[in-house]
Design a protein around this ligand. Structure first.
Ligand SMILES: Nc1ncnc2c1ncn2[C@@H]1O[C@H](COP(=O)(O)OP(=O)(O)OP(=O)(O)O)[C@@H](O)[C@H]1O
Length: 344
């Protein structure tokens, strides 16, 4: 399989258009993370790629082979795709090996392949256990091993670690994506968690209401989101009223440069920076500010600053937080984004 290209994809359930012109291009061996709020159409998109649903408009092609269009429909078993759904999809009456064997063709050297995928997914020695004798994380590894066993060229991961707690989920996800990278398998990971998406993807596609709003390298999506909505969906963001002119936007935090290649809208603008760009110093350049509030959060403290009439919460290491009433200056590290001020 080579490049996966999805063009102008539309899908409707009754009167509701759930996918509205999806365009994606996924190079062979790369990882695409699909991030978006609940109900935006992520699972529907995976199901169309897997061939579990027909499409009404558009095209899905793997290299030169069209898999789906209004006139072509290659059935799921002939697409060479592994699907790892959300938790709870193992056959409870089969052992780990039995679950993995299920997806393998009869003529294959099944014993050897089962041993290979057990080793690949870190499940050595667990082949004779039943699903209820495994932890949640181990069960999801079995689901991955089962998906990988037939050597698919594309693996679709639909929030497969949702049931695990945050730390385990992130480390598990990195492990699993590592396995997929080592085997040169192209993968699409659906997730609600921007941190997980940033950590593992080559491309991050942000989706809302059936539309891909931006698809780019994770760093680009984070620092240069295509819209205020993308900024909010990918992390905390500070929005300030201001003015744009050429490569600079001016707001309560001063005159800020725009990112390379970006141009500010002329006139009234909505300026965006990430909270960690806001820095405090007792003296030196920057906008004068006074500490008016402290909220201790353990590893960090939210420090409330008053800049004239404006209030701003700054996240600082607890030990470095300036005392209440301290007078100092705030300045911005790096560049900002600016969009035309919404008129409505
Ligand atoms: N078979 C179906 N029939 C009718 N509507 C459906 C069907 N499947 C999904 N939908 C609707 O399509 C929309 C997109 O659903 P989808 O499951 O793709 O979203 P999602 O982004 O994966 O959500 P989540 O993150 O909660 O899993 C939702 O409004 C959902 O109710």
């Amino acid at each position: 399989m080579s490049h996966i290209v999805i063009a102008d994809l539309h899908k409707r359930y009754d009167a509701v258009e759930v996918l509205r012109g999806i365009e994606l291009s996924i190079p062979q061996g790369s990882v695409l993370a699909l991030l978006g709020p609940s109900g935006c159409g992520k699972t529907t998109l995976l199901r169309l790629i897997a061939g579990f649903e027909p499409l009404e408009q558009g095209r899905i092609a793997f290299g030169a082979h069209v898999m789906a269009s209004p006139t072509v429909f290659v059935p799921p078993e002939r697409r060479g795709i592994g699907y790892v759904p959300q938790e709870g999809t193992l056959f409870p009456h089969l052992t780990v090996e039995g679950n993995i064997r299920f997806g393998l063709p009869r003529h294959a050297d099944r014993r050897r392949r089962i041993d290979e995928v057990l080793a690949l997914t870190g499940l050595d020695g667990l082949g004779r256990r039943y699903p209820h004798e495994l932890s949640g994380g181990q069960q999801q590894r079995v689901a991955l091993a089962r998906a990988l066993a037939p050597n698919p060229a594309l693996v679709l991961l639909d929030e497969p670690f949702n049931a695990l707690d945050l730390d385990l989920r992130r480390s598990m996800c990195e492990d699993v994506i590592g396995v997929l990278r080592n085997t040169g398998t192209t993968s699409i990971l659906v997730t609600h968690d921007p941190g997980e998406a940033f950590a593992v993807s080559d491309q991050l596609a942000v989706m809302q209401s059936g539309v891909i709003m931006q698809c780019a390298r994770p760093e680009t999506v984070y620092w240069q989101p295509a819209s205020p909505a993308v900024a909010r969906l990918t992390g905390a963001a500070i929005f300030l009223p201001g003015h744009g002119l050429g490569r600079t936007a001016t707001c309560a935090l001063g005159a800020l440069p725009l990112h390379d290649g970006d141009e500010a809208p002329g006139g009234a603008a909505m300026v965006m920076v990430r909270p960690e760009q806001v820095q405090w110093q007792a003296d030196g350049p920057g906008v004068p500010a006074r500490v008016v509030r402290h909220s201790f959060r353990g590893d960090h403290t939210l420090v409330g600053l008053a800049l004239g009439d404006m209030r701003l919460d700054l996240r600082m290491p607890s030990l470095a937080a300036p005392p209440l009433d301290a007078q100092g200056h705030v300045y911005i590290l790096g560049a900002c984004m600016a969009w035309p001020e919404p008129t409505a």
